[in-house]
Design a protein around this ligand. Structure first.
Ligand code: HAM
Length: 429
């Protein structure tokens, strides 16, 4: 038997109904903040991720699905392509490719699959879904302002509240800019020098190439060492400190709670200044429901003009998990099961189903070869609230037997009153 590849999974109804309702709510919230959707390709040139996310990150060095293209066209031969492990790089590439700076401030969102070769476990998959957003534009558009950071964070708080996610914690940090980073890296290197021989192989490499990445280490024995390393908060320059203070002041003014966590550096290289995660208790070890931050130098590093930006990505799989922990998934079902009874009745039932569905009634349709007992069984299995019998006598009289499957009550309803009858019965359930 061929099964889904390890770390990937099928999403089946009724869970997909929950996914769809989450996405519908999310789109509504994005609308209120005047964000618009962007859809970028699922695969890109490998170079894009190597340059944007960083060679030394776990994502690029260990987790990407990369292949050499087999195209026979000379210009594409041997091109290295990668399934996107995240979407910020693709959005910034699109910003540069389509000169989106002409539009001033861009407020973009996306919903779609991402791919990382991680060890699968609860809340961690090799194909997972992100709901993300990016706010970016030329500095003249206000893209650098702390007001953008606070707006994005307030949007997230609203979104989680609206979805009914309770007990989330916003962890907030500033990881400074290129200016601060040089001094901080130097301090980290110095602090690591005497202890690094005791650390894991990855950390030994990181200490030399990109010391900030030492904070991504998950090896338990290394944690006491990492705990004692200098913190970025001690190295912020005046503009970065002011920017961070203003983000916090706006958050306080709008009443969004946060915790400062000066160990939070995020696992991707493009970040500068504000970095954040929202965590949630129900998720266990994989407790980050979303993460994001500012990436003011990213566009330049991909060959574009200055385009400060800030964004986030929610792990949709984890969001749905958290929702499932909170409430049982409601079963979305049919309002009515239409049961044709006897030869020639499929046609009549189809006509009736078309009328009802066009007026917004959710209808399932049986088959004229089913005996009445089988129709009732099917209706119950589909979770229908009513069964509607379409037999020769009913068609002649244009009056139909409508039975409420929960209460057992049966009534004769003229065709013209069916919609209203079914609707009032559904809403009272
Ligand atoms: P990230 O922290 O790598 O950031 O991922 C964001 C979220 O995606 C995580 O908090 C988690 O909920 C979810 N996630 C990541 N990996 C997996 C996985 N293997 N299985 C399930 N869920 C996962 C980014 O991707 C950045 N592009 C976010 C961003 C946008 N920063 C600025 N703009």
């Amino acid at each position: 038997m061929i099964k889904a590849v390890r770390g990937t999974r099928d999403l089946l109804p009724p869970e997909t109904d929950l996914w769809n309702s989450v996405e519908a709510a999310v789109r509504e919230v994005f609308r209120a903040y005047n964000f618009h959707e962007i859809r970028t390709p699922v695969f890109e040139e490998t170079q894009l991720f190597a340059r944007a996310v960083g060679e030394e990150t776990d994502v690029v060095s260990k987790e990407m699905y990369t292949w050499e293209d087999r195209s026979r066209a000379e210009s594409e031969k041997g091109q290295s392509l990668t399934l996107r492990p995240e979407n910020t790089a693709g959005v910034v590439r699109a910003y540069i490719e389509h000169k989106l700076w002409d539009r001033g401030l861009n407020k973009l969102y996306y919903i779609g699959p991402q791919f990382r070769r991680e060890r699968p476990q609860k809340g961690r998959y090799r194909q997972f879904y992100q709901i993300g957003a990016e706010v970016l534009g030329p500095p003249t558009s206000g893209s650098e302002s702390p007001a953008r950071d606070a707006e994005v964070l307030e949007l997230l708080a609203t979104l989680l509240d609206r979805l009914g996610i309770k007990n989330w914690t916003l962890q907030l940090n500033s990881i400074g800019c290129a200016n601060d980073r040089a001094a901080y890296n130097e301090a980290l290197r110095k602090a690591l020098e005497p202890v690094v021989p005791k650390m894991c192989g990855d950390c030994q490499r990181r200490a030399a190439t990109n010391p900030l990445r030492v904070f991504d280490c998950k090896v338990p024995e290394d944690q006491p060492i990492i705990e004692k390393l200098p913190r970025i908060s001690q190295y912020l320059d005046e503009p970065c400190r002011k920017h961070f203070e203003e983000v916090q002041a706006i958050l306080k003014s709008v009443g969004v709670d946060f915790q400062i966590n000066d160990r939070l550096v995020r696992g991707l290289d493009y970040y500068s200044r504000t970095a954040f995660e929202f965590t949630h208790g129900a998720l266990g070890a994989q407790n980050a429901i979303l993460g994001g931050g500012r990436y003011d130098g990213l566009s330049e590093s991909l060959g574009g003009p200055s385009a400060p930006g800030i964004g986030f990505a929610i792990g949709e799989d984890r969001l749905v998990l958290a929702l499932q922990e909170a409430t049982a998934t409601p079963q979305a079902s049919a309002d009515v099961y239409i049961a044709p009874l006897g030869e020639g009745m499929n046609r009549e039932a189809a006509r009736l189903a078309r009328e009802l569905r066009r007026q917004g009634i959710v209808a399932d349709l049986g088959d004229e070869t089913f005996r009445l007992k089988k129709s009732f069984e099917s209706a119950t299995k589909q979770g229908a609230r009513f069964i509607l019998i379409v037999g020769e006598n009913e068609v002649k009289a244009d009056v139909f037997a409508l039975k409420n499957l929960a209460s057992g009550e049966q009534v004769q309803v003229p065709r013209g009153e069916l919609v209203q009858r079914i609707r009032s019965g559904s809403s009272s359930q």
